[in-house]
Design a binder for this molecule. Structure first.
Ligand code: T3D
Length: 263
């Protein structure tokens, strides 16, 4: 892993920390590449049952490293940002969506641009009370990217998403909670403890059922009702044959808490 990213294990939980605090965890080549590798590694490791992405210091991430881009503009380089997105950001977004375990964005501070794209691609966003969400692209003359224009309207509704994107105005954690952009907000001093407890509870869950749940949720965006109900039936067929389901129903009848193995 690059020095700008930490991948740490806390039992069944993997914690990915974006770690360039001096530039608010802006994504340079090394950081996007390390994030893609960390996503692949955690995805392929069956002992990892939930993943958290968070940032070091006072930001989650301020998006693409604009100093790198300014240097390229000043050098008169021919920019092909579409290629940059395909090569550096899209694999990360695809990995998060395909990951067969919950991926949680623990938004510890400001999140902007492609950082917001990564946060909204995660399954869940939890935020520190001082966090702000900025759809900042318009302010530097770009369009929303890293999947943001796909996920953001689905999370907060079309009108609110367009307002965020066109105005670039910061959305507070409190407002994010109100509009569904974040689902849990904790005071800054308690944030690290609370997201860990929350993420650990997901890591102890019925991981295979969560994987099938993600498959279903992903499919629901693309399908008509009839086709989706068929997908749902297939997924529940598979869930019903897991060891965790057998444990879940036995625990229910025995009036005890289920202990899931994740398969
Ligand atoms: O290019 C491609 O591959 C396509 C992808 C593009 C997608 C994108 O993500 S475009 C970038 C979108 N992001 C932004 O436009 C956000 C830029 N940053 C800001 O607007 C502000 O920094 C914040 C609102 C996020 C925070 O403001 P503030 O006042 O709290 O902090 P600051 O003083 O602006 O930033 C602190 C330091 O981080 C500062 O460095 P310094 O002066 O202390 O040496 C600042 O330059 C640096 N920094 C912040 N954001 C970035 C950055 N450095 C490089 N790139 C950044 N995106």
């Amino acid at each position: 892993m690059a020095a700008s990213l930490r991948l740490e294990r806390e039992g069944a939980l993997a914690v990915i920390t974006l770690d360039r605090p001096d530039v608010l965890n802006a994504f340079d080549e090394a950081l996007t590449s390390a994030l893609a590798s960390a996503a692949l590694e955690t995805s392929g490791d069956a002992t990892v049952r939930a993943v958290v992405i968070t940032g070091a210091g006072r930001a989650f991430s301020a998006g693409q490293d604009l100093r790198d881009r300014a240097a390229m503009v000043e050098a008169g380089k021919d920019l092909h940002l579409g290629d940059e997105l395909r090569r550096r950001y899209h694999p990360v977004i695809q990995s998060i969506r395909a990951m067969r375990k919950p991926v949680i964005a623990a938004v510890n501070g400001v999140v902007a641009g492609a950082g917001l794209g990564i946060a909204v691609a995660c399954d869940v966003r939890v935020a520190a009370a001082s966090a702000t969400f900025r759809a900042a692209w318009g302010r530097v003359g770009l369009v929303p990217d890293a999947g943001s224009a796909y996920f953001l309207p689905r999370l907060v509704g079309w009108g609110r998403a367009v307002d965020m994107i066109l105005s670039g105005d910061p959305v507070s954690a409190e407002e994010a909670l109100r509009i569904g952009l974040a689902t849990r907000v904790w005071p800054d001093a308690e944030f690290a403890r609370e997201w860990r407890a929350y993420a650990q509870s997901l890591a102890a869950g019925a991981t295979e059922a969560f994987a099938l749940t993600k498959e279903g949720l992903n499919a629901s965006w693309e399908q008509d009702l009839g086709s989706f109900l068929e997908v749902e039936a297939g997924l529940q067929d598979r869930a019903g044959r897991t060891r965790d389901y057998a444990e879940g129903v036995q625990a229910f009848t025995a009036k005890r808490r289920a202990t899931f193995e994740g398969r």
